[in-house]
Design a protein around this ligand. Structure first.
Ligand SMILES: Nc1ncnc2c1ncn2[C@@H]1O[C@H](COP(=O)(O)OP(=O)(O)O)[C@@H](O)[C@H]1O
Ligand SMILES: [Mg+2]
Length: 304
């Protein structure tokens, strides 16, 4: 049963008034509730009073910076999605933020499209999120196999279905990261894999040179040879770990040259965040063969 729709609550934390109002105005164009804070201390207070679902936060700010705010928020909640807005060149801080469990980051100057794409993605994830059920402790092994067509709009629900299988087995502090990591890898399987949209096509679409990314996705989803391709997800869990094998029917890619996520120099490009975020959130991310198959592993909570 679907929950009655509630507007996603978004908090923008940014000391620069112009940037803050700009980001806020872009969010207000959508159907969201928005609040603003001028530094980390205000942000933290609003985190308590407004209980945002999603926070866009600057890193360097007076009074309390974004990292300290993030650290304090994470002591209380792993449910709120936090996206850092980072200045070009401050990769070290971005990496720190990810290690403090920020969920994603946007490099400044933040363009409306990035904000809109993120809002839509997270709104879908949050709307699809089901209430966690009671833990069924006696289940020692689980197996689930899914086959998906190329609709990006159902992926929030797919991620939720996958997360339901892991209830009680993956720590609550890790759950949002795993959910978003799965989402990124499944998006890749459809977008880059089955639909063959390359880094180059995507850059063109994002920069508005060819067309909108959504148009490109929709067009290919109805075209041969793309339209008959499917994504297969095999989930299994045993007493040690959860494992997801995600396979698409695309050409693959040279995964050997995927940049090292621990090198801050790689954090500032417009693409390449999906795999990086997955690597931050799983214990293992292993590409196989031509790159159209990936294994994700997460170790389980071990009984004390
Ligand atoms: N399943 C896949 N099939 C083909 N190429 C892929 C696949 N997954 C990832 N890639 C390649 O790896 C690059 C990096 O992916 P990612 O880190 O998610 O960043 P982004 O999707 O923003 O480009 C993609 O641009 C694409 O070239
Ligand atoms: Mg991606």
């Amino acid at each position: 049963m679907d929950q009655p729709a509630r507007k996603m609550k978004v908090l923008v934390v940014e000391d620069d008034a112009f940037s803050r109002q700009y980001i806020t105005s872009v969010i207000r164009m959508g159907d969201y509730e928005v609040m603003e804070a001028r530094d980390g201390a205000e942000g933290l207070a609003m985190f308590e009073s407004f209980a945002p679902d999603l926070i866009f936060s600057d890193i360097s700010m007076p009074v309390m910076d974004g990292l300290e705010m993030l650290e304090r928020i994470r002591r209380k909640s792993h449910e709120t999605i936090v996206v850092m807005t980072t200045a070009f060149g401050s990769a070290e801080f971005t990496l720190k933020a990810l290690r403090l469990r920020a969920n994603d980051y946007l490099v400044k100057p933040v363009v409306p499209k990035d904000i809109i794409v993120n809002l839509k993605k997270y709104a879908d994830v949050l709307a699809a999120r089901s209430v966690e059920r009671e833990v069924v402790g006696f289940i020692l092994e689980r197996y689930l196999k899914l086959r998906l067509d190329n609709r990006l709009e159902v992926l929030g629900k797919v991620a939720d279905r996958l997360m339901q299988e892991t209830e009680g087995h993956i720590q609550s502090a890790d759950r949002m990261g795993v959910r978003l990591g799965l989402l990124e890898i499944i998006i890749n399987a459809i977008e880059h894999g089955n639909l063959g949209i390359t880094y180059f096509d995507k850059t063109g679409a994002i920069e508005g040179k060819s067309c909108d990314l959504n148009d490109l996705v929709n067009e290919r989803a109805n075209q041969d040879p793309y339209k008959s391709r499917r994504v297969q997800i095999q989930f299994q869990m045993n007493s040690e770990m959860c494992e997801w094998i995600i396979q698409d029917e695309g050409e693959g890619f040279d995964w050997h040259s995927v940049p090292d996520p621990n090198d801050p120099a790689n954090l500032m490009s417009m693409h390449g965040r999906g795999i990086l975020l997955a690597r931050m959130n799983f214990d293992e991310v292993i590409y196989l063969g031509r790159g159209n198959e990936v294994i994700l592993r997460k170790k389980l909570i071990q009984p004390a």
